[in-house]
Ligand binder design. Structure first.
Ligand SMILES: O=C[C@H](O)[C@H](O)[C@H](O)COP(=O)(O)O
Length: 226
């Protein structure tokens, strides 16, 4: 039986084949994406493939540069051909939850400016209904305690994400509130509600944003297409 990490690696390496010479590529964030970056780094060294990488976090930008990639900010490119990113949960409609690493705001910005998107996941992340994974919401630090109260009143079971007892800080200097919802019956309605809450920067519901999911599984790597 392969470990979850091996399945992430297989998905990441398979998705690296989606990148073609000369492309501008949105580079996601997380442990699965790290394998994608490794695979792309190998293609740069072995085949001399050249592409421009648009990172979705400082971590990805740093690691991409280390591997010899040309890295540009979203503001310095005209368009992105494909974005490849991880996900925390994916449902049969290819909607998903992202932000387990706190990077969902840049991830959504890069994804919405891409011609096409692909997610790379291990099979444990494919679910019938979204919501078991706590939904990450990036919020401004100022006033976040009031926002936590409002979310609690709405029954969202909010929890400020902590690292070593201190609030986790995103690349934009904001805070993450994780919502322990258990199940999300209407992701579109919830997305609207969260987007309309003052103080919310971006939530981790990614709806109708990806066309392909590359799934690393015990029986091999499979593709789900919209
Ligand atoms: O903020 C982080 C991202 O949305 C990640 O892509 C997501 O959390 C999946 O991460 P991993 O590949 O580490 O499970």
């Amino acid at each position: 039986m392969k470990s979850q990490d091996e399945l992430k690696k297989e998905a990441g390496y398979r998705a690296a084949d989606l990148v073609e010479d000369g492309m501008t590529v949105g580079l996601g964030t997380g442990s699965t994406v790290r394998y994608l970056l490794d695979a792309l780094g190998e293609r740069i060294k072995k085949d001399g493939v050249h592409f421009i990488g648009v990172p979705t976090s400082k971590r990805t930008a740093d690691y991409g540069r280390e591997l010899g990639m040309e890295i540009k900010s979203l503001d310095d490119v005209d368009q992105i051909d494909i974005t490849i990113d991880g996900a925390d949960e994916v449902d049969p409609d290819l909607n998903g939850i992202k932000g387990g690493g706190g990077a969902q705001t840049w991830e959504k910005l890069v994804a919405t400016n891409s011609k096409t998107c692909a997610w790379i996941v291990d099979e444990s992340k494919v679910v019938d209904q979204l919501g078991k994974f706590p939904l990450p919401v990036e919020v401004l630090a100022y006033g976040h305690k009031q926002l936590v109260k409002r979310m609690a009143d709405l029954g969202y079971r909010p929890e400020v994400r902590l690292v070593d007892g201190q609030p986790f800080e995103t690349d934009e200097g904001n805070i993450i509130i994780d919502l322990h919802l258990d199940q999300i019956d209407d992701p579109y309605a919830l997305a609207d509600k969260l987007s309309n809450m003052t103080g919310v920067v971006e939530h981790g519901l990614f709806l109708d944003m990806t066309q392909t999911v590359v799934i690393g599984g015990q029986d091999g790597t499979k593709l789900m297409n919209k």
